[in-house]
Ligand binder design. Structure first.
Ligand SMILES: Nc1ncnc2c1ncn2[C@@H]1O[C@H](COP(=O)(O)OP(=O)(O)O)[C@@H](O)[C@H]1O
Ligand SMILES: [Mg+2]
Length: 273
């Protein structure tokens, strides 16, 4: 197998949806037949293991690998249904000094031989562990919600990523928790406005949705349920990652929060493209 493509999913502010988006893009790529490894580099409220429904299956974590007690392949946990989706879990007890950027590079180099895609769920830019998460990736996905604090923190994290060698060629934006109706009424900033403020490529638009809350609580990624409106969006993002040209305007097409509102939203944001 060729070397894996390595993506880090990060943000300026915490709680904007990095873990949710990592799990769902990873699942969507796995459903497309790729071998995918998710690395949990964030210790947050909802960890990747919970969102994937794997919390009871974890035996070893990244810390066991760093300490040399397990090989990285021994430490991986396979998804219960998607066997080509793997997780390297984070350690709840590790502190930032226990894992170095060099450890991370070594782990990713080893994993790269076995996977098509490696996705690293990173801590927010201000948090510990950020440097570890970004050092070994080739592409950064910055997640923001449409509120000013998140956008301004995203701007700051883009600066941090630039200091770590990233450019606008390998950084992309996902705007999460969009409410099309509010955008249409000018009560919420549009994804297009956020993109032009941050000046990086827009990779996806994810609406605010109860489906996300339900799937997260059940530990069942949306990619497993093709009747869900949201699964199309993550499929689109996975398709873009694997090289298909799907316009970002497609993302909200099936998302009928209010059909009149949606068409108005499209006209306004995408100019009827
Ligand atoms: N598009 C969305 N619609 C509704 N809820 C969402 C959405 N994205 C994330 N959430 C919820 O927001 C919370 C924070 O998401 P999470 O992925 O844990 O953020 P982060 O990893 O950036 O801290 C979770 O409870 C999650 O279910
Ligand atoms: Mg998280």
């Amino acid at each position: 197998m060729e070397q894996a493509k390595v993506y880090v999913i990060t943000s300026g502010k915490g709680g904007v949806g990095k873990t949710t988006i990592s799990a769902n893009i990873g699942s969507a790529l796995a459903m497309r037949g790729y071998n995918v490894c998710l690395i949990d580099a964030d210790i947050g409220l909802k960890n990747l293991d919970l969102v994937l429904g794997l919390e009871n299956r974890i035996v070893y974590t990244i810390l066991d690998v760093v300490k040399g007690q397990r090989s990285v392949t021994e430490a991986l946990v396979k998804h219960k249904i998607m066997k080509n989706l793997n997780l390297l879990a984070s350690s709840q007890i590790a502190n930032k000094d226990m894992i170095s950027p060099e450890d991370m590079v070594r782990i990713i180099n080893e994993l790269s031989k076995h996977f098509h895609y490696i996705l690293i769920d990173s801590p927010a830019g201000i948090e510990r562990g950020f440097k570890n998460a970004v050092v070994a990736a080739q592409h950064a996905i910055i997640v923001t919600t449409p509120d000013l604090t998140a956008i301004s923190d995203a701007d700051r994290v883009i600066g941090l990523l630039e200091n770590n060698g990233y450019t606008d060629k390998n950084m992309s934006l996902i705007v999460n928790r969009i409410k099309p109706k509010m955008v249409q009424k000018n009560e919420m900033v549009s994804p297009e406005d956020i993109q032009s403020a941050l000046a990086i490529n827009l990779m996806g638009i994810v609406p605010d949705s109860e489906e996300i809350i339900i799937s997260t609580n059940q530990g069942k990624p949306l990619a497993l349920e093709d009747d869900k409106k949201m699964s199309t969006i993550f499929n689109n993002i996975a398709a873009r990652i694997s090289g298909d040209m799907i316009p970002v305007g497609e993302d909200l097409k099936n998302f009928k929060e209010n059909s009149e509102g949606i068409s108005g939203f499209f006209k306004r944001v995408f100019g009827g493209r």
